[in-house]
Design a protein around this ligand. Structure first.
Ligand SMILES: Cc1cc2nc3c(=O)[nH]c(=O)nc-3n(C[C@H](O)[C@H](O)[C@H](O)COP(=O)(O)OP(=O)(O)OC[C@H]3O[C@@H](n4cnc5c(N)ncnc54)[C@H](O)[C@@H]3O)c2cc1C
Ligand code: FES
Length: 257
């Protein structure tokens, strides 16, 4: 695992059974009063009664979580939120997944599900030519690239972008996306993206320019995670929406940035 990043796997049969890509869980990371609130984490994988989460230590909650030992009990609620929307028709039309930093966490689960949809009874092979799911992984440096091997294991066609050019395309993953979309003959039907807000805003602009749909997984500070506190609202064309309840995945054309 990359420095400061941790992979957590826990047994939670109910969550594992119901989880959809793009949904998240709220995890309480300590037993004391601090931090009091559970923290939101995207579902990175689910199956066989287990749920996986990939996270980076950024503060007290994630620091405490990183000290948890095998066999300890965790306070978790989920699956929460709406998740990405994809079906066999859209999957076989060609998709592009754009991950910025930790945004790779939910997109790997999505790529796995898309792979399952593609191989379940449909003729287009996952591992050949244009049938492959295209994934763009953006990171600060080559040391920060996440999930490259795992995406490839799902049969995805992976391209890396690093801010400093230490791996792959030199520049922002959104610059890579723009350059790919201007050169490909066959446009994808939908862009699925997760990453920092400025990245998602840029993806939204690129999608609009090319007339493509984009599903964006947004982050917001969350207190309750279940729609009760209104602490996570964003402004959309249809009014204020809760990231934890109506999101975290929004159609890019609905968001007012
Ligand atoms: C739907 C959703 C899914 C997420 N999935 C993941 C994931 O898969 N992996 C992962 O590592 N992180 C994920 N996050 C972010 C994660 O929840 C925060 O990093 C975590 O809550 C930080 O807790 P902390 O106590 O360690 O840090 P804090 O002490 O609470 O904060 C440390 C720093 O991180 C910033 N921060 C905290 N929470 C957020 C947030 N929600 N959005 C933006 N900045 C924040 C704070 O402003 C502060 O600068 C997700 C957030 C959301 C809303
Ligand atoms: S976090 Fe409370 S309503 Fe979204």
């Amino acid at each position: 695992m990359k420095r400061n990043c941790f992979h957590l796997e826990f047994e939670a049969p109910g969550i594992a059974r119901a989880a959809l890509p793009g949904q998240f869980v709220m995890i309480r990371s300590g037993e004391g009063l601090h931090p009091l609130l559970r923290r939101p984490f995207s579902i990175h994988g689910a199956g066989n009664r287990r749920v996986e989460v990939l996270y980076e230590v950024v503060g007290q909650g994630t620091e405490l979580l990183s000290n948890i030992k095998p066999g300890e009990l965790l306070d978790v609620i989920g699956p929460l939120g709406n998740g990405f929307s994809c079906n066999s028709r859209s999957v076989n039309h060609g998709q592009i997944l754009v991950a910025g930093g930790m945004g790779a966490a939910p997109l790997l689960f999505l790529a796995e599900k898309m792979g399952e949809i593609k191989t379940s009874g449909l003729h287009s092979p996952v591992n050949k030519g244009r049938g492959r799911i295209k994934v763009l992984v953006g990171a600060r440096t080559k040391g920060h690239v996440l999930c490259e091997k795992e995406f490839k294991k799902c049969g995805c066609d992976v391209t890396i972008a690093t801010d400093d050019g230490s791996r792959g395309f030199k520049g922002l993953v959104t610059d890579l996306l723009a350059s790919i979309l201007s050169t490909v003959n066959r446009q994808p039907s939908t862009i699925f993206a997760c990453g920092p807000k400025p990245m998602l805003k840029a993806v939204s602009g690129i999608a609009r320019k090319h007339g493509l749909a984009a599903q964006l997984s947004l982050e917001a500070h969350m207190a309750c995670g279940i729609g009760a506190c209104l602490g996570c609202v964003i402004n959309t064309k249809t009014g204020y929406r809760r990231v934890c309840k109506e999101g975290p995945v929004f159609d890019s054309s609905d968001i007012i940035w």
